[in-house]
Design a protein around this ligand. Structure first.
Ligand code: FEO
Length: 404
């Protein structure tokens, strides 16, 4: 896709990655974008770069506007590989350019490159770079989402370059939120934001809240947010702040999720009576089978629902491997304010349900106990017990949800 002017003399010069499905283990069924931006002012400035594989695409987009050798400043808001691994391609063409980066960012790029011949200037919150008609303000945002992260605010344009924050893993022809809503829907865009937050930013909710509050307290006028992935927010940038604050406050739907796997169908046969019990209490329930669903989708749905039941067969006295993988992701993401329970089937001695509760305790989730397990195949009586289990879970979920 050719460069796109997003504000007068400010261009998106990034790349679309239609094919990526495995983004460091996080499934991206819609691909992604690597956004970066070129500011044509008296002193030409590049904000961020792209993943190494797309360096030539970025350079082609820049060349359509200006000779890359004219770039005077390169701002690196974040040093994860997808944004910094074509920095060398830029610096090879404009070796005298100055790189602006946070202190932790500088320590990071030293591990990628020999920077001894580059001009690298460490910046912190409050530092300003005047590039002609514009002034660029740097704001450190550690843990939104890496220790090195920072954002850059173009004051005269009321434009926030937000690096990963407020991004979405989407490859599409839409460069702006309103275009994406036109091509898909508002719900699809919100879903992409939630997906990104749930899979990447969930552990940092408290810091995100305080950082967004800090940015809001700075009183910056923002009418556009340009992240490093997905669409640029111009229709309603305040909306994405609001979505982030809701998520940082652990907001959830008053709904239930069942995540399960099955070995010979017994655990699967418990699902319908459990779900019927949940629905009998007027609570919506979604069902996800692991191994048939991208893990990132299971995680997003876990985050959206106030309560989740995990179902697992017992294999070799422990939970099924796919269930253990799911719970390992959840443990790392450190969710808060979610009610959880477990169910499953076994043939010999059991063990999966117990292990799932032990993991819940490690994570610090609100427990719905006891879990339920059936021997071999669920009998008629077991199905009735499953129905009651679902009903009781839904009752507790409704009560728990009122706390928030
Ligand atoms: Fe898009 Fe943290 O990298």
């Amino acid at each position: 896709m050719k460069a796109v002017e997003i504000k007068k003399d400010i261009y998106w010069v990034g790349a679309l990655d239609w094919a990526v499905r495995d983004f460091h283990g996080y499934e991206t069924p819609r691909g992604t974008t690597y956004n970066n931006y070129l500011i044509m002012d008296d002193e030409i400035t590049l904000v961020d770069t792209v993943k190494h594989d797309f360096a030539e695409v970025m350079l082609k987009n820049i060349r359509a506007i200006v000779d890359p050798a004219s770039i005077k400043h390169v701002i690196i808001n974040h040093i994860e590989n997808d944004h910094v691994t074509s920095l060398d391609a830029i610096m090879a063409l404009t070796p005298k350019a100055t790189i602006y980066i946070s202190e932790k960012g500088k320590k990071g790029i030293e591990r990628f490159y020999d920077i001894s011949n580059w001009n690298v200037k460490v910046v912190k919150t409050g530092d300003v770079l005047k590039i002609g008609k514009r002034t660029l303000h740097f704001i450190e945002t550690p843990m939104l989402h890496w220790p090195d992260s920072m954002v850059t605010y173009a004051k005269e344009d009321k434009l926030l370059f937000s690096q990963d924050a407020f991004g979405q893993h989407i490859a599409s022809m839409a460069r702006f939120d309103d275009e994406f809503i036109g091509d898909y829907s508002e719900a699809a865009l919100r879903d992409a934001v939630v997906d990104y937050y749930a899979n990447i930013l969930m552990p940092f909710g408290a810091m995100i809240k305080s950082k967004i509050t800090e940015i809001q307290n700075l009183g910056l006028e923002i009418d556009m947010i340009a992240p490093d992935h997905g669409v640029i927010w111009r229709k309603d940038p305040a909306k994405v702040f609001e979505i982030y604050m809701d998520m940082a406050n652990s907001k959830a739907e008053d709904s239930a999720l069942i995540v399960y796997d099955t070995m010979w169908g017994s655990t699967e046969n418990m699902i319908v009576p459990i779900a019927e019990g949940i629905r009998a209490e007027g609570v919506c329930v979604k069902i996800i089978k692991l191994r048939a669903t991208p893990m990132s989708v299971a995680i997003k749905e876990f985050w959206k629902a106030r309560g989740t039941l995990v179902g697992s067969p017992t294999l070799n006295n422990i939970a099924y491997p796919s269930i253990a993988e799911f719970l390992t992701h959840i443990r790392g993401l450190r969710p808060k304010d979610r009610l959880v329970g477990a169910f499953g089937s076994y043939g010999w001695g059991g063990g999966a349900v117990k292990e799932i509760y032990e993991e819940y305790k490690r994570i610090g989730l609100e427990l719905f106990e006891p879990g339920i397990q059936v021997l071999y195949r669920p009998s008629k009586a077991d199905e009735e017990s499953c129905f009651k289990f679902g009903q009781e879970f839904a009752k507790r979920l409704k009560e728990y949800h009122t706390k928030f």
